[in-house]
Design a protein around this ligand. Structure first.
Ligand SMILES: [Zn+2]
Length: 307
């Protein structure tokens, strides 16, 4: 898939199941044409840069990251390439083996919706009609394009977490590249609303103990799910999944799981937002945000923004 300057083509790529090396090369571009959020002076002082990066953000060393704490025996793998990866708790791959670590969040005592890949132009409709508080895992690259949508998400009482800077499959990356994906998403959240995020959802569920060892050094915790709506299959006119099947599956899960669970959805297109609102009716308004599910903090820290 060729990625162009427009918001829409990028977002399509963001929810695609996999991006091959060819696509990654064609994705080099400047996002400046779409950026609404000024690049803050404190970030220029820290990085020496003057503008937000494209889909391959530069690695900026951080003094609190200790590379000795990152396991060296867990090999990088591409999405779906699991044959060489050990299936044990030492590696603990969620994308390959559905393994979760003791500090991962993957369910909730009250069935609750979560939304990935925004903010998008479709998000405001969801915010206008959602009858419960939810957790939104945002892409940094989308937050700097639509900072007002990000702020309005927070102003309505929802919690915002990180979904990386540009939606790369983290287990395939070098340690420095993983750090870059996390640090730039955090800086986007810092600059948009003064948030230091606590909660992190890995794109494609791509996480193992190498990625976790980096994530923990940022003080963050991974949030996975125990119910996938597969709503992203509706995008681009897709027919692999239809709305009625999604609603039937949500009802079945709600009954079978006795009202517990964490639902994965996407606030990227009108069609997925319409699905989200119907799912909201099926699940009901008594939902929890991820920090409420586990009795945790909304953010590591909130601070006033100085640009
Ligand atoms: Zn995603």
């Amino acid at each position: 898939m060729k990625i162009t300057l427009g918001l829409l083509p990028f977002t399509l790529s963001a929810v695609a199941v996999s991006v091959n090396a060819q696509d990654t090369k064609s994705s080099e571009f400047s996002i400046q044409a779409n950026v609404q959020l000024p690049f803050p002076k404190w970030l220029t002082d820290f990085t020496g840069l003057t503008s937000w990066p494209g889909v391959d953000p530069p690695y900026i060393p951080l003094d609190f990251i200790d590379f000795e704490k990152i396991p060296k025996h867990i090999p990088a793998h591409e999405s779906g390439h699991c044959a060489t990866l050990a299936n044990n708790f030492d590696t603990c791959s969620f994308d390959c083996h559905n393994c979760v670590s003791s500090d991962d969040v993957y369910t909730c005592p009250q069935l609750s919706q979560t939304f990935d890949d925004g903010p998008s132009v479709a998000t405001p409709k969801l915010l206008d009609s959602l009858k419960s508080k939810a957790t939104f895992f945002i892409l940094g690259i989308n937050a700097v394009r639509l900072p007002d949508v990000y702020r309005s998400t927070v102003d309505r009482g929802h919690v915002v977490g990180s979904h990386t800077w540009s939606h790369k499959f983290l287990p395939s990356l070098k340690n420095e590249e993983i750090i870059a994906q996390i640090e730039w998403s955090i800086w986007a959240m810092n600059a948009t609303h003064g948030h230091l995020p606590k909660w992190f959802r890995p794109p494609y569920g791509g996480i193992d103990n190498r990625v976790r060892a980096i994530l923990r050094q940022f003080g963050m915790q991974a949030v996975l799910w125990d119910f996938d709506t597969f709503d992203w299959k509706l995008m681009n006119g897709g027919t692999a999944k239809d709305e009625q099947t999604i609603y039937d599956n949500v009802r079945k899960f709600k009954n079978a799981n006795q009202g517990h669970g964490l639902i994965l959805e996407h606030d990227v297109f009108g069609r997925t937002v319409d699905v989200a609102l119907k799912v909201n009716d099926i699940v009901g308004p008594s939902q929890l945000t991820v920090p409420q599910c586990v009795g945790g903090l909304d953010y590591i820290k909130r601070f006033d923004i100085e640009n």
